[in-house]
Ligand binder design. Structure first.
Ligand SMILES: Nc1ncnc2c1ncn2[C@@H]1O[C@H](COP(=O)(O)OP(=O)(O)OP(=O)(O)O)[C@@H](O)[C@H]1O
Ligand SMILES: [Mg+2]
Length: 328
């Protein structure tokens, strides 16, 4: 094929691979389980997630991307290699033009890590674009008009903010706030208030089941099992939405601060467009109950959640490929 393009949304929680003509060929947790004895992959994606926290000593379950940055080039390469082999696309990345998403404020070392992965697969070229900018390109309203936009991707490992005039990028920031912070806040709360130690998957489950930032959430109850901090014996307790809401709300402060910082340096004409049409949010954590309302009341600006928020970045990559990379 003359111009082979492949899009990769390299997330801290999820890995999405897009192939023109075929669509999304992979969308699963960015996790790999490796046997430490023979260095062979035991499982990837959902299967690896299933093992996480229950793995035998000989198996390591690794998340190759942490807080938006690559923590293991070799594991990310191995995971992608395994997936592509399984999908009968072994040489997909060889001589391909790769488009990969990264957080805006990524340092040179991390950019080099992304490039190294592309090199490991003998890719022909690599185009690196920031997540929130890609998300803007992925939404229907990303036309050539010069309307001001502010878009935030709220993912599992970071949040990324872009302010644009039409599709021209004016300001970009990465906020440390992420979905994982909420999970950690839930774990800490249970440990401190209930002496209950839970695993990271349980914390995420609690967030998705009863977590909310709504002002007046429906007070749902959930029975949670873990290990008692003092006795070390299994124990279970019942927790409520209101309690979780109080534990997780403070984690949002860095995100509010980062968006406010961006708005403060946004040119007035662009800011007036943003105030008129509102802020757009996407990414998996935009699905947290009450996230939209919480941001709206703390920023005093209308907030919209993009349709299919977890696909926003890969949709942007898709549009970038189909509309021509050089134009953007
Ligand atoms: N319904 C939901 N309610 C709350 N949180 C959710 C929901 N669905 C997904 N999430 C959270 O969204 C996060 C994953 O989002 P996403 O897939 O956008 O992240 P990512 O792109 O892999 O990571 P990043 O871009 O931050 O490196 C996880 O923290 C997950 O718990
Ligand atoms: Mg992401």
């Amino acid at each position: 094929m003359k111009h082979k393009f492949v899009g990769i949304d390299l997330g801290s929680s999820n890995l999405i691979i897009y192939l023109p003509g075929k669509g999304i060929i992979y969308n699963e947790p960015n996790i790999v389980a490796v046997n430490q004895m023979n260095k062979k992959v035991v499982a990837t994606g959902y299967l690896a997630l299933k093992i996480l926290g229950k793995e035998p000593e000989s198996v390591s379950v690794i998340k190759p991307v942490n807080r938006g940055v690559i923590s293991s080039i070799s594991m990310q390469t191995l995971m992608i290699e395994t997936i592509l082999k399984e999908k009968k696309h072994k040489n997909l990345l060889k001589n391909a033009n790769l488009i990969i998403s990264v957080p805006s404020e990524m340092d040179e070392v991390n950019i080099l890590s992304v490039k190294k992965i592309a090199k490991n697969f003998d890719a022909k070229s690599i185009t690196i674009r920031t997540q929130s900018y890609l998300a803007l390109l992925g939404c229907e309203s990303s036309d050539t008009s010069s309307r001001g936009n502010l878009i935030v991707t709220i993912g599992g490992g970071c949040s990324d903010i872009s302010v644009t005039s039409g599709i021209k990028l004016l300001i970009s920031r990465t906020s440390s706030f992420c979905g994982h912070d909420i999970d950690v806040a839930i774990s800490r709360h249970l440990r401190k208030k209930h002496r209950l130690i839970i695993g990271e998957k349980t914390a995420e489950y609690i967030k998705m089941k009863i977590g909310s930032l709504e002002q007046f959430p429906e007070n749902r109850l959930l029975e949670v099992s873990g290990r008692d901090l003092v006795t070390s014996l299994p124990n279970s307790i019942v927790i409520a939405t209101m309690e979780i809401k109080q534990a997780i709300t403070p984690t949002l402060t860095p995100l509010i601060e980062s968006i406010t910082d961006c708005l403060e340096i946004t040119p007035p004409e662009v800011a007036s467009d943003i105030i008129e049409s509102g802020i757009m949010i996407c990414g998996g954590s935009a699905l947290l109950g009450g996230m939209r309302e919480y941001l709206e009341s703390n920023l005093n600006i209308t907030v919209r959640v993009l349709g299919d928020p977890t696909y926003a970045v890969i949709n942007g990559i898709k549009n970038l490929i189909h509309q021509g990379i050089s134009k953007k």
